[in-house]
Design a protein around this ligand. Structure first.
Ligand code: FAD
Length: 450
């Protein structure tokens, strides 16, 4: 058995941030990673000749911790292609093009959307995203589903569907009837306000040259050789107040502190001796991953640009509820065009029940409704496989079921003896985003260094 000051479980951005900060402060650190690579939910991969952002990719202006790290690592960024009109398919099934962030809906629906966004902005402004349970309306908002809250606010179904889209399919990737209004407000507060979620140009602003996985790769490369051990899934942790022994299939390692830098759902997969206190075990049974299929569709050319389209498309009523131009502007000589699209929650359930050929046909049909017949003939098609990946099992992140944020939220970041917990899923600012992973990693490292 080998002794370290700190053993970190998980080499995603959270774990690697913890390891970097502790190493810089002179502590001996070991990082154990189940996969054969670092980066967790960030994976930039060449798939049959096309470089794809299989996991997270966008950086928005509110992600100040990520922006600072990108700067520290001397990585460059570029803007998403966004010239031209966007497309919206409404409740009436009609396809309309539009400019800016406001969907082309009737005047009365637009006014309702604006009113709801204002109200959600107001509620978000009253929330510290690190402690949503302290919101003045916390109990009330956590007891009601976001769908029911929207129904209380307006009779306009298209306004409800549009506002629901920003948090349900697009962010928490769960149906709006399955999470609380408080969780919706948390999503907004963690991004600096609901208006930011509505503005695709804000929330999906820039990409990192070479791909976002360069962030964890660069963090790992700054650690001494041998610090990160790949293919070492942690299965058991024996702990006392003085330290913990971490077991993998290859061996055991002792740390005065152990940081579980994994999503809360995977914290529960490890065996603890003694068992974690009851509230810890209970709490994580009320947290689950959302489900979204990220689709990457590459064409001989970005044909939509010729049609005066930006590639941005939305519809709460379509299988692919949102899509964007995701062409690799940083790859020299790239003449192909790539669209990225998302199929979420119950629509993803339906899609996953089909054969791969049927899935592809349905997705292309949905894209053709936005961009025309040319969308039916891509040169490359790929579905990110996070929902079946045993070291994530879902996407984008985890969230509480109705009523549980107020019931358990305050225990999320509590240490248990020498064990600390961190991941973007339990962040305040940057919740479910890379920014939150960095913030959580830095907070845990700072606590250990006191
Ligand atoms: P993870 O990345 O999940 O890292 C946890 C690590 O722990 C993994 O490497 C895992 O293999 C390892 N692990 C788990 N269990 C064990 C064990 N028992 N033993 C050892 N190792 C273990 N965020 C953005 O900011 N912008 C985006 O555009 C964006 N888009 C996304 C798109 C998709 C498809 C997905 C899936 C996520 C996206 N995100 C985005 C979210 C972002 O990727 C995550 O919030 C962030 O990467 C999480 O980092 P983490 O270190 O907290 O967790």
């Amino acid at each position: 058995m080998t002794d370290f000051d700190v053993v970190v479980v998980g080499a995603g951005v959270t774990g690697l941030t913890v390891a970097n900060r502790l190493h810089a402060a002179g502590r001996s650190v070991l990082v154990l990673e189940a996969r054969d690579r670092v980066g967790g939910r960030l994976l930039t991969e060449d798939v049959e000749g096309v470089r794809l952002e299989v996991g997270g990719q966008w950086v928005s202006p509110d992600q100040t911790a990520l922006l600072a790290l990108i700067d520290e690592l001397q990585l460059e960024m570029y803007s998403r292609y966004r010239a031209g009109d966007s497309v919206y398919i409404g409740r009436d099934g009609v396809r309309r093009t539009f400019e800016g962030e406001k969907f082309p809906v009737s005047e009365s629906t637009a006014a309702e959307v604006e009113r709801l966004v204002k109200e959600l902005d107001r509620l978000a402004a009253l929330m510290d995203p690190l402690s949503p349970w302290e919101h003045p309306d916390a109990e009330e908002l956590d007891r009601i589903s976001f769908a029911a809250w929207l129904a209380e606010q307006t009779d306009d179904p298209e306004a409800r569907d549009n506002v629901g889209l920003y948090v349900g399919p697009a962010m928490l990737t769960k149906p709006a009837h399955s999470f609380s209004a408080l969780s919706a407000v948390l999503m907004a507060a963690s991004a600096g306000g609901f208006s930011h979620l509505v503005d695709a140009d804000f929330i999906l602003d820039r990409r990192v040259v070479g791909g976002l996985q360069r962030v964890p790769l660069a963090l790992a490369s700054r650690l001494p050789e041998g610090t990160v051990r790949l293919d070492e899934a942690v299965t058991k942790i024996e702990w006392t107040d003085g330290g913990a022994t971490v077991f993998t299939g290859q061996g055991s390692y002792h740390g005065r502190n152990v940081v579980l830098a994994v999503p809360p759902t995977l914290v529960s997969r490890v065996q603890y001796i003694p068992a974690l206190p009851p509230v810890q075990a209970q709490m994580r049974q009320h947290i689950s991953f959302g489900l979204v299929i990220k689709l990457h569709i590459t064409y001989e050319t970005p044909f939509w640009r010729e049609l005066g389209l930006s590639g941005t498309a939305f519809s709460p009523y379509s299988l692919v509820h949102e899509a964007y131009d995701n062409t690799n502007e940083d790859v020299e000589g790239e003449t192909r065009g790539t669209l990225v699209g998302f199929v979420s929650d119950v629509k993803a359930d339906g899609l996953l029940s089909l054969t791969p050929e049927e899935r592809r046909a349905k997705v292309l049909e949905s894209l053709a409704a936005y961009y025309g017949e040319q969308a039916l003939t891509p040169v490359h098609y790929y579905e990110s496989p996070w929902m079946a990946d045993e070291w994530t099992v879902g996407a984008f992140g985890t969230s509480f079921d109705i009523g549980s944020l107020t019931r358990y939220g305050r225990h999320l970041r509590s240490d248990v003896g020498p064990l600390a917990f961190a991941s973007s899923d339990i962040a305040g600012l940057g919740f479910q985003h890379v920014d939150g992973a960095i913030r959580m990693g830095e907070a845990v490292a700072a606590r250990i260094l006191i």
